[in-house]
Design a protein around this ligand. Structure first.
Ligand SMILES: N[C@@H](CCC(=O)N[C@@H](CS)C(=O)NCC(=O)O)C(=O)O
Length: 203
């Protein structure tokens, strides 16, 4: 299988963590794609131009981190991250959606802040900074939920990749005001699959 990524993409990192946790590193070739570039050859592989993108052994292409993680997790018929039926599974999906909501906003904020200052939209920066602040405040309390304590699961992986991404956003300091989130993040960051997929420091 071929997994197309960019090193800085938090969504691609979610999948890369799952690849490592599932012991699939020798079956998945990780390839850096050139995204956000006019006429990138990558668009012939994935016309949407987004990463992560998995090309399965039979040639089928999968886009979207949640879908790819579910596919990889189920390949061996012994899913590590399957959700229980009923209320418990629904709760995990609810929490993952809420963490992804924070990630989606931070992805927009990061994209904006990496532009030259004269190209940034102050309106978008303010809107996304405010959203991030509200959600970080929510998770400073929410991180005590048992879902963040037990064996590794998708909610934890998405939260770890989200906070790892937050660290890269210029002038966005989240740690000082969120000591519980910071402590939790330090813990998950020490896991081998997180160390191995740590994003490069953005210029
Ligand atoms: N919902 C998607 C989001 C993927 C996404 O937004 N990827 C960004 C990188 S972080 C991308 O490929 N951007 C390139 C582009 O927009 O052309 C997922 O979970 O995989």
């Amino acid at each position: 299988m071929k997994l197309f990524i960019t090193k800085g993409s938090p969504y691609a990192r979610i999948v890369r963590v799952v690849v490592l946790e599932k012991g699939l590193a020798d079956r998945v070739e990780v390839i850096s794609a050139k995204t956000r570039t006019t006429d990138s050859p990558y668009y012939n592989i994935n016309p949407s131009g987004r990463v992560p993108y998995l090309v399965c052994d039979d040639g089928l292409g999968l886009e979207d981190s949640a879908l790819i993680c579910s596919y990889l997790d189920n390949l061996d018929g012994k899913p590590m991250f399957a959700l229980p039926a009923g209320a418990q599974g629904f709760e995990a999906r609810r929490l993952e959606a809420l963490v992804r909501s924070m990630l989606d906003g931070m992805a927009v904020l990061g994209r904006e802040k990496w532009r030259p200052v004269n190209e940034q939209s102050p309106k978008i920066v303010l809107h996304e900074t405010d959203r991030a602040k509200r959600l970080l405040a929510l998770w400073e309390r929410g991180i005590e939920d048992p879902v963040f304590r037990g064996p590794l699961n998708m909610v934890q992986i998405v939260m770890g990749c989200t906070l790892g991404f937050a660290d890269l956003i210029p002038e966005f300091e989240w740690r000082a005001g969120h000591p519980k989130l910071d402590a939790w993040f330090e813990g998950i960051s020490a896991k081998g699959s997180f160390v191995e997929t740590a994003p490069p420091v953005h210029a």
